[in-house]
Ligand binder design. Structure first.
Ligand code: FUC
Length: 783
């Protein structure tokens, strides 16, 4: 057991400050930390975006700064998209050169192959600017006359998805609450004070850059714009203001509130991304909430959010460190302070982020979820499909948020239209394909440089999510209507894309690459393009196996299924090299040119797939450990998402202490004060990847068994989690103490038999739909 280190305050002084702080806080009656550890809280306003707190309803969101004299709400709507360049198109007839490229690659002429591929198959980056997701703008609420303040406190309450700010100025307490309602499609803010007539402020709505038009009516600010001179999205944002008492007037396109007792702001936003006029959509949002009281909107919001959030609980005993504000807890990780309940807070925050950025009718969470500031967010806040977009959805099923997975699945299905053209033009193949990235224009083609853009497996990987969704839910209707058709088309592409390697006689993908990595060829060439990189082949196995079983379940496509089976038999396997590590490029002659690379793609078979597992392929598990150790020893894991992936690898390797070690690394070096993952800059995938890993640490279900506490770290000797999901439709609640299982409750949603493992013990139980059993550490039934 790791010795809990004594908590020191930020400057490493003894704990006198902590004691003083707690006494003062308790005297003030302010809760230093909620009992259930469900709050991110701070003692000062956010100075930077990375300290602000996110709220979101899946589609719209805001970062709340908690400013005293100016409250800044940095607003987002998920379809605000600048589109200066032309649409990325497939290179016409690129497929005519595919065989030549393949032959060059089989002959080891990598540079020549890349040159030909770049000039004849890959598209160019767009001229005339880059398409990008952007901020919607800012609502600044400038409070007049609040210059000094005391007793400041702000929090993001994960229990009801609100940001609350309080402070005192003179003898007056100010309270502000912000939330984003999915039910009412509005961002709502309420500001009040402990004494009447104390709300005096000016509201300013703006957007960085040029071209926005702001108008003011009696009690409303309206901002409109058609981005990129009519090429991007057209939007309308309305800020509706009401007060209790006081007056509302306008001045220079701003609203001025004087001497109000309280203020309420409702923000509705719409764009023409799906075809309708933004003003019409805003009209309907507005009329839906016009007669609704604040408390009714709040109540509906909380109910709707808690329906998802309350499906799980997760608690561990808190250490002293948990009594400190969140930013200090994160900072304390640099000094290795023991803070077990930061793991539960981080886990809950991950689920909160998924619920807030990915709801049934929204688009999927992009690289920043929905929260992006400015006009040029990193990587255009797009959808990178060579790890990032998929990682966003790793926690969705296991943490009981299956509905939040749907936006991603529907989006992938919608790529088929372009993806079919891409498959045909670039590869002469049927089915559909997409490459390393896409965005709101839903392009699927290969573009840019070989090192990132030449990977045709984006859709195939993303499509395995349909299969995983089915394994958890067994929703046959969804499988038949959308899941299988998409899986079939992605498999059809791969089936056509596979070719025989003349040297081995076995099938490989290609031309392709191992995401964003570079190898060193025997002739000294550094290149990326190759035939049959390990990750591709592992994706083929994952997808084909799923498609075959799905077609059997649905009783269709016998001939196609046979073809996939025979291709699987001839597919190049994962290979362990002479140094004991899995070969990233399936070829002993190709060496790592970047040995500490952040992508560890050749361990796809360890996670998210289950090709490597201790039961069937122990040698690959040992080899995987070597791969990770080697990468880490050479500087790997240096982005937040890479750390998150490594945590999942260690979960599958059943090494809880390594999960913890990497979690602490993630907190210490790749976590921002507001708990956002730091690539750098902020990128949400790391939050989701680590959340999934924390779940996999406590429950796994990929080997046809429900494995309880498979990778418990010594750092978490005692705890309780409820509502985790296992494949086959089982809901699992677990309690443990002294590192040992106390009891586990298993509820069957679908009536499947349950094979349950704890350590070396395995027991199978038959269960009817809706049955629950409670087992002790011997897996004997207690109830
Ligand atoms: C990937 C990574 C980068 C970054 C970018 C958005 O492909 O290689 O680190 O996360 O996507």
């Amino acid at each position: 057991m790791e010795t809990p280190k004594q908590y020191k305050s930020m400057n490493n002084q003894p704990n006198i400050l902590l004691v003083l702080f707690l006494v003062i806080f308790n005297l003030l009656g302010i809760q230093a930390q909620s009992d259930d550890n469900l709050k991110l809280w701070f003692q000062r306003p956010a100075n930077t975006w990375n300290e602000a707190l996110p709220v979101g309803n899946g589609r719209i969101g805001t970062m709340v700064f908690g400013g005293v004299s100016t409250e800044r709400l940095q607003l987002n709507e998920e379809t605000i998209f600048k589109k200066d360049g032309e649409q990325l198109e497939d290179v016409k007839d690129g497929h005519k050169y595919i065989d030549q490229v393949r032959n060059l690659l089989f002959k080891g002429k990598y540079k020549e192959a890349e040159k030909l591929h770049l000039s004849k198959i890959m598209g160019k980056r767009l001229d005339g600017g880059t398409n990008t997701y952007q901020t919607l703008g800012d609502l600044d609420i400038i409070f007049n006359g609040i210059n000094t303040y005391s007793d400041y406190y702000r929090e993001l309450d994960l229990n009801n998805a609100t940001v609350n700010t309080k402070f005192k100025t003179g003898s007056v307490w100010h309270n502000r609450t912000v939330f984003a309602s999915t039910v009412d499609q509005a961002i709502v803010m309420k500001a009040d004070a402990s004494k009447p007539g104390n709300i005096d402020c000016t509201l300013n709505l703006s957007r960085p850059g040029e071209g926005e038009l702001v108008k003011v009516t009696k009690n409303m600010l309206v901002m409109t714009q058609h981005l990129s001179n009519g090429n991007g999205t057209k939007y309308e944002a309305r800020v509706l203001v009401t007060t209790d008492g006081g007056s509302i007037t306008s001045e220079n396109n701003r609203l001025v509130i004087k001497k109000a007792n309280s203020l309420e702001i409702r923000i509705v936003v719409a764009t023409d991304y799906f075809g309708d006029e933004p003003s019409k959509i805003c009209d309907s949002y507005q009329s839906n909430i016009e007669d609704k009281t604040y408390s009714a909107i709040f109540k509906d919001h909380v109910e709707d959010y808690q329906r998802l959030f309350h499906r799980m609980t997760f608690e561990v005993p808190a250490s002293e460190a948990a009594k400190f504000p969140t930013d200090e807890r994160v900072d304390a990780q640099k000094r290795g302070v023991y803070d077990p309940s930061l793991a539960t807070l981080y886990f809950h925050f991950g689920r909160y982020l998924l619920i807030s950025s990915s709801r049934e009718n929204s688009l999927p969470a992009n690289l920043q979820g929905i929260w992006a500031d400015g006009l040029a967010p990193a990587w255009n806040a797009d959808y990178h499909m060579n790890i990032n977009a998929q990682m966003n959805y790793w926690p969705s099923e296991i943490t009981n948020l299956s509905e939040c997975h749907l936006p991603f699945l529907k989006f992938i299905a919608s790529l088929r239209e372009n993806g079919r053209k891409t498959a045909k033009e670039l590869y002469g193949a049927r089915g559909f394909a997409a490459h390393h990235t896409t965005d709101l224009s839903r392009f699927t083609t290969a573009y840019g440089s070989t090192q990132y853009g030449s990977w045709p497996m984006g859709a195939a990987w993303a499509t395995t999510h349909f299969w995983e969704h089915y394994l958890f839910t067994e929703d046959k209707e969804f499988l038949a209507s959308l899941g299988y058709p998409v899986m079939k088309e992605a498999s059809l592409f791969l089936s056509d894309f596979l070719v025989k390697n003349p040297k081995t006689g076995m099938l490989v993908t290609g031309p392709s690459m191992s995401p964003e990595n570079v190898f060193l060829a025997p002739n000294g060439d550094k290149a990326s393009l190759t035939m049959g990189p390990a990750m591709d082949l592992q994706i083929v196995r994952h997808l084909f196996n799923g498609t075959i079983i799905a077609s059997e379940e649905l009783g269709i496509d016998v001939t196609f299924r046979k073809k996939l089976k025979s291709q699987l038999r001839n597919l190049t396997p994962s290979i362990i090299g002479v140094d004991g590590r899995i070969l990233e490029w399936s070829d002993e002659n190709l060496k790592e040119a970047l040995p500490g690379h952040r992508h560890i793609s050749h361990l796809y078979g360890l996670y998210p797939s289950n090709e490597f597992n201790w039961k069937d392929t122990p040698e690959f598990m040992k080899s995987s450990e070597k791969v990770i150790e080697s990468r880490l020893s050479k500087g790997g894991g240096h982005t937040g998402w890479s750390r998150g992936w490594i945590m999942n690898f260690y979960a599958r390797l059943l090494d809880g202490d390594k999960i913890w070690e990497n979690l602490v690394e993630l907190w210490a070096h790749k976590t921002l004060p507001n708990l956002f993952d730091d690539h750098p800059p902020f990128q949400i995938d790391g939050n989701f990847g680590a959340t999934a890993a924390l779940a996999e640490m406590l429950l796994q279900s990929h080997n046809d068994e429900i494995n309880i506490l498979p990778a418990l770290p010594k750092a978490l000797p005692k705890g309780k989690i409820t509502g985790l999901m296992a494949r086959g439709g089982f809901e699992v609640d677990i309690e443990w103490e002294n590192g040992d299982l106390q009891k586990v409750k298993i509820t069957s949603r679908l009536g499947n038999p349950a094979k349950i493992r704890y350590g070396a013990k395995i027991i199978a139980y038959t269960m009817d739909k809706g049955d629950s059993i409670i087992l002790d550490q011997n897996l004997s039934v207690i109830e």
